[in-house]
Structure formats: C-alpha cells, structure tokens
Design a binder for this molecule. Sequence first.
Ligand code: GDP
Ligand code: CA
Length: 314
Amino acid sequence: MIALLSGGVGGSRLAAGLYDLVGERLVVIVNTADDEVIYGLYVSPDVDTVLYALSGIGDWERGWGIRGDTFRCNETIGRLGFENWFKIGDMDLAVNLLRTKMLREGMSLSEVTGELARRMGIRCRVIPMTDFWVETRVVTKEGTMSFQEYFVKRGTAPEVLEVRRVRSPDEAPAPGVVESLTSAQAIFFAPSNPILSVRPILETKGVEEAIRRSGAVKVAVSPIVGGRAMRGPADRLMVAFGYEPGVVGVAQFYEGLIDGLVIDRADEELAGTIRSRFGIEVLVTDTLMTSREAARWLAGEVLNFAVRLGGTRG
Ligand code: GDP
Ligand code: CA
C-alpha cells in the first residue's frame, strides 16, 4: 500500500499520477484545515480537488473545480448584492450540497468522502485527515482572518505573521489514517504547501508519530521549483516561518521525517547541500505536472526512487 499526504493543487496532481500507476493500492490522506462553511454549505476544497483529479473531471490547468463548470449560481449571488468572492461552480455546488446533506444526516466527513469517491468511480481510498472540525485563522499585518478570506478573497496579499489552528481537544485522525500510515510500504508527501497543507495533517493527533513509527520508505516532492512556488504563497510563507528559502527550506521542514526528497532540475545545484546537511537522499528530475501524463511520469519516478531507497536501507 502507498500512502500520500496531500493538499489541493500540487497534491491532487501527484495523487492522480500515482493512482494511474498503482490503482487501489493508493490511499490519499487529505488536508481539511482549509474547510469552511459558505452559505451554510460544508466546503472541503482540498478533498474535492483530489476527488475531481482522481475521477478525471477536475480542471487541471486551473487546479480547482470541475472542468467546463459554469458559475450561474455564483453570478446570481453577486447580482443580488451578496459577497461572492468564493467561487463555487454549478456542478461543484451539487457535490457541496450533497456533502452538507449527508453530514446533516449524521454521516462523518470520512464516510461522506468515501461515498462521494465511490459515486465518482474512484477505486482507491481518499480519507480526510480528521472527522473533527479544524479552523485555520491567519494572523496578518492587516488583521486576523479565516483561511479562505486570506487565500481567496485577499489573494494571499496580506503579510502573514502567524497561522493559528483551532482544533478540538478530543480530535482524532479519521478512521483508516493511522492504519494506512502504519502498514504502508511507502509514504509520500505531495508537493503541497508545507505550512498550509502538510503541517495541519502532521499536527493531527497521532499522525506524525504513526509516520515516524512506520517502517515505510518516506519520500517528499518539493512544491518549490527554481526557488519559487509554482502558485500560491508557499515560498513566502516558508521564509516567514523561519525556513531557508527554496528547496533547502523544504528539506529543513521535512528533516528527520523523510528518507528522500524529489527536487526539480532547476534546483539541481542544491542536491549536494541537502544530502550533506540533512542526510536526505535526493532525486533530481522534472517535477512540473503540466498534464496528467506528466503527473503519471513523475509518479513513476517517485515510486522507483522509493524502491531504490527501500532496497539500500535493507
Ligand atoms: P492548495 O491546497 O490548492 O494550496 O495546494 P497544495 O498545498 O496541494 O499545493 C500548493 C503547492 O503545490 C504550491 O506550492 C505549488 O508550488 C505546488 N505545485 C502545484 N503544481 C505543482 C507541480 O506540478 N509540481 C510541483 N513540484 N509542485 C506543484
Ligand atoms: Ca488547500
């Protein structure tokens, strides 16, 4: 079994590539710290991005939502004078209505996600990191705001001072999360935002410990390419949170947790530094997943790298 820790855009792309190669042997554990209630709907953006990518209906270029979706509902909300900066497409809306309905009927988020995945024809498991509500508050120079206000409404413009997460004291990982991590042969960290997407999963009670205890080969793919995030604020946030710029900061973030790091050819000259400073093996390859074919290719590289690392480790 192969476990992947995933956020939205970067995560869903690698998830799709891996799924094409290993099918139901894949388990995707998804960040839910970006979840928000919008117009009374329970929206889980990273989970949906993963579901849409795996089932092949996602908008690959845009990185979120459903390909060919229309926004008539959203436009109508705007026309009626309400805030409509959070764009949910009409088809996307159907999924969010159904999630909210099933949650109201008493199903857990992981049960709902499993049900949606099944109905979308996805054969591998997609598990939200937890069934408990996690709220992210972003403290910026321009005030404290919700995650989606910072990310979508403000386009990540305000300078971030702190990211706070409000989590239930009796929170637990969703069923299957710890078990998958413990029994996996390989654990992959997607090229997702370390601060906003990976850290919330690691902070979920028991998850980091399960990863450390697991005998799996652990490999991360860098979301930083050529010193910069391909999109989003990952590069700025890493530096704001005290990490060195670029892929060295990514290695610092994962230090002690991974056996190998996959970096892009654009960052090739830093491979030696990462090996000697952090004792992490490095694979230098093309990491841009511009299409599903490119994602499948990168997934193959990551799998081969993990096999090699597993072999040398004995
Ligand atoms: P979000 O939840 O939608 O913000 O997405 P993630 O946290 O999963 O991913 C955001 C990160 O994915 C950004 O830092 C991007 O640089 C990275 N990313 C997106 N597409 C790719 C890709 O094709 N290759 C690599 N290496 N990173 C990517
Ligand atoms: Ca996200």
